[in-house]
Structure formats: C-alpha cells, structure tokens
Ligand binder design. Structure first.
Ligand code: 13P
Length: 251
C-alpha cells in the first residue's frame, strides 16, 4: 500500500512576511495522519520554513539543486548536500519550467537526480508533455522518454527512493486540469514502464499528479488507482486550500 503524498511547490513566490503567514496557516491545519505532506519554498526561504515548521510533520524540499553532490566552485548554485544540511529532505528534479525556460536536458537532470540521492535527498522527478505533443498523440512517448533517460543512466533501483510527478505542461497554471481518466492513463503507463524493469519498484513508487489541482478536483484525481497524491502550485500558496487538498488525499 502506497502512502499518499501532497506537496506544495511555491515556485518563485513569497516574501519573508508572506511566507511566515503561510507557515502559520499550515501549522494550524488539522492534517490527516496517513498523508505525507511537503512544501518547496524558494531557496531564500528554506531556512525560515525549516525553523518555523520544527516539530511539525511537514517536510521541506528545494525546487532545484546542483548536478554535483559536493561543495565547490559553482557560482550561484546550491549543492544537494547543502540543502540536506539546511534541513531539506526532498528536491524537485526537472520541473517543466526548468526544462523549458532554463533549458535543462534529460542528461543534466539524471546527474541532478543522482547527486540528490547521493546527498540523502529524495528526488521528485517531474515529467510531462506540452499541449502540442498531446495534440500530436505523443504524450506517452514523451513521458516515456523522460523517464527512460533516468532509468538508462541510473538503473531502476534509483526509483526505490524517489517520487515521480506527472505534470502535463498544458495544465500547469492554466486552470486546465487533466481529467482523472487522462491522468490515470499516463500514470498507469509510467508504472507499467517501471514494471518492465522491476515490478516491486513499480508498485512501491509514488506517482503524483500536478497541474491546476484544487480542493474542488482533488478527490476525483486522487481516487484513481495509480494517482498517489499531488504536486500543487498556485493552490499551495493558500494554507486552507492546501489543507483541503491534503485531506482529499487522506480519504
Ligand atoms: P499549478 O498547480 O499552479 O498548476 O502548478 C503545478 C505545478 O507546476 C507544480 O509543480
């Protein structure tokens, strides 16, 4: 039985004041016991969030990390070891905004994935197709290639301690959500692809859905057999809405 997970990706949002307010809201939520909850603040706010959530069951993660595990001469980057030292437990790898806007390739992402694990962090690998690719009938091919590049470089065992988030690019921040059936189709394909290598690993890995998840659509999405929770953008910036999404995963 996979334990559901709901994670909030705060992206490039927040000031010290608004982050403090959001954390206070989160700390006051009555969250169900059976769900893993995580938040991904900007790097600037990680220490603040870690300190304020001390004693709470909410994990903290980073939105990106360097492709090298150790410290070194790499101006502007943050190593996953430093993130772990700061209290992070997870890190997003390959969010579509980084693939598309920052030009991160599958090759560099497999290094980031490996460096994160080497540092004791759990990578949350984000994969998903663009609208153009979906309309061309290439969804499963695109997502399959993104997943395959990690399996080829690092092997299937890399997914023993990892999370995968399927985030169709056309559903991110657009208000368009994949239907539960559309999301389930892709999640089932991801799990089947992993199962070709190792069925035990495939059954154990948590597959989150991301893309305009709100309290209003979370129950239906999380009710699908291969959807184990969500990676939430905009709606995670509101503590009450985020709390309602977490409770939906606990049902
Ligand atoms: P939205 O929930 O704002 O669509 O963002 C999803 C996302 O990109 C989470 O990583």
């Amino acid at each position: 039985m996979r334990r559901p997970m709901v994670a909030g990706n705060w992206k490039m949002h927040g000031t010290r004041a608004s982050v403090a307010e959001l954390i206070e809201g989160l700390a006051n939520l009555a969250l169900p016991n059976g769900v893993d909850v995580a938040v991904f603040p900007s790097n600037l706010h990680i220490s603040l969030v870690v300190d304020c959530l001390e004693g709470q069951s909410i994990a903290v993660g980073a939105q990106n990390s360097a492709h090298e595990a150790g410290q070194g001469a790499l101006t502007g980057e943050i190593s996953p070891t430093q993130l772990a030292d700061a209290g992070c437990r997870l890190v997003l790898v390959g969010h579509s905004e980084r693939r598309q806007i920052m030009g991160e390739s599958n090759k560099v992402l497999s290094r980031k994935f490996a460096a994160a694990q080497e540092s004791g962090l759990t990578p949350v690998l984000c994969i998903g197709e663009t609208l153009e690719q979906r309309q061309a009938g290439k969804t499963l091919e695109v997502v399959g290639q993104q997943l395959d590049s990690i399996i080829e470089e690092l092997g299937i065992d890399a997914f023993v301690n990892a999370v995968i988030a399927y985030e169709p690019v056309w559903a991110i921040g657009t208000g368009l959500t994949a239907s539960p059936e559309q999301a389930q189709e892709v999640h089932a394909a991801i799990r089947a692809q992993l199962a070709e290598e190792n069925s035990e690993v495939a059954q154990g890995v948590r597959l989150l859905y991301g893309g305009s998840v709100k309290a209003a659509n979370a129950v239906e999405l999380f009710g699908m057999p291969d959807i184990d929770g969500g990676l939430i953008g905009g709606a995670s910036l509101n503590a009450d809405e985020f709390g309602a999404i977490v409770r939906a995963a606990g049902n």
